[in-house]
Write a protein that binds this ligand. Structure first.
Ligand code: ZN
Length: 367
């Protein structure tokens, strides 16, 4: 993503537009004005919005601060500490900051979370979610030392231990834990890139297909509601296995195009829900995946409108929030920027959500 070269005047305009919209939003929200009125008033009529741009330098500062705080300021996410590394690290790599300077510190920290797979922090038990965020962080660093930390045998053993005893092709997030589409996604994409036992993939495509709902999206488990996050997980896993055709892709596309909301330009996660910046990735990536699978041959989301929504979700001093009136956080900064990165380049891999060049490095490393 290019560095911005704005004049001071332009910068002031951007800042005052964001401040204005946040201020008015808070006021309007407290009066409980209906969502559609908000959309028309602010997203359509507020002219300075069209002049907003990505605040690259500020986001780099924000993410650097978050990343350097690992191990200190993340008590609120005690069981998911590797996420607090992945979110800012991925954002920094998207902003094309040099992340190699953090390698030593990150490896040192993740070593303490490693068992065979990874736990949510030092001395915690193995869990698929921190395993996913730890592995992605090691992929982003993309060096022999970072990838050398990956224990493929340990991972394979853990994946076998979290097979759902009741449903073939389904996985649990941890031993005796809950089963949902995140677990299937993590196991599938990691088995493929790390070249683990392909028998772990048996029944996964059939199981994912059985979770597609009448709306066209995919639910967390069978018979549950179509949801942006779970739909991403299920479809990304299918595309990774080259089995996208196992689901009704026309129905999926129909559900997906209706998730980008008119006027705001951002995505919601479910039918009749409000827009949220993190779905810029969860939903936006599915458009890229539909292209990757060959089902469509052009970008079908409204890229300019999505960018506009992400622009107004920026904090002036860096970081992205879910929607105006909220505070920025590392999660929305990561997934807002991840969605942004998918709009105009092939920099980011839509299955793994790390840069494509890192995925190539990992694939070659585990030949
Ligand atoms: Zn969100």
């Amino acid at each position: 993503m290019k560095q911005l070269n704005r004049t001071l005047n332009e910068q002031n305009l951007v800042h005052s537009a964001i401040s204005q919209i946040r201020k008015e939003y808070q006021y309007v929200e407290s009066e409980e004005v209906p969502q559609d009125l908000l959309e028309n008033k602010y997203y359509k009529e507020y002219e300075p919005l069209n002049k907003l741009e990505l605040l690259t330098d500020q986001h780099i500062k924000y993410c650097t601060k978050k990343l350097l705080n690992i191990g200190y300021s993340i008590f609120y996410l005690d069981v998911g500490q590797p996420w607090c590394i992945y979110w800012p690290l991925n954002a920094l790599s998207i902003l094309q900051d040099d992340v190699s300077k953090y390698e030593h510190q990150i490896i040192q920290y993740l070593e303490q979370c490693k068992i065979g797979s990874f736990g949510g922090g030092p001395y915690q038990f193995e869990h698929l979610a921190p395993t996913y965020s730890s592995l992605l962080s090691l992929f982003i660093l993309a060096t022999p030392t970072s990838l050398g930390l990956i224990d493929r045998q340990g991972l394979e053993k853990f994946f076998w231990s979290v097979q759902d005893p009741n449903i073939k092709g389904s996985y649990l997030m941890h031993v005796n834990g809950e089963a949902d589409m995140r677990a299937v996604y993590i196991v599938v994409i990691m088995v493929i890139i790390l070249k683990l036992d392909p028998k772990l993939l048996d029944g996964c495509a059939e199981y994912i297909a059985s979770c597609q709902t009448y709306e066209g999206g995919i639910g967390g488990v069978r018979y549950s509601e179509s949801h942006g996050g779970y739909t991403f997980c299920g479809y990304a896993a299918l595309v990774c296995m080259k089995k996208a055709h196992y689901i009704d892709q026309e129905k999926l596309l129909n559900w997906l195009v209706n998730r980008q909301i008119e006027n705001e330009g951002g995505f919601n996660g479910r039918t009749n829900k409000v827009v949220d910046a993190c779905y810029s990735f969860w939903q936006g990536a599915i458009f890229k995946l539909l292209m990757l699978s060959g089902y469509v041959n052009e970008q079908l989301m409204d890229v300019q409108e999505l960018k506009k929504y992400i622009h107004i979700c920026q904090n002036i001093s860096g970081g992205i929030f879910d929607k105006p009136s909220k505070s920025p956080d590392a999660y929305h900064t990561c997934y807002g920027l991840s969605g942004y990165s998918l709009t105009d380049s092939n920099f980011q891999n839509p299955i793994y959500n790390v840069p494509n060049k890192c995925i190539e490095f990992v694939q070659n490393f585990f030949q």
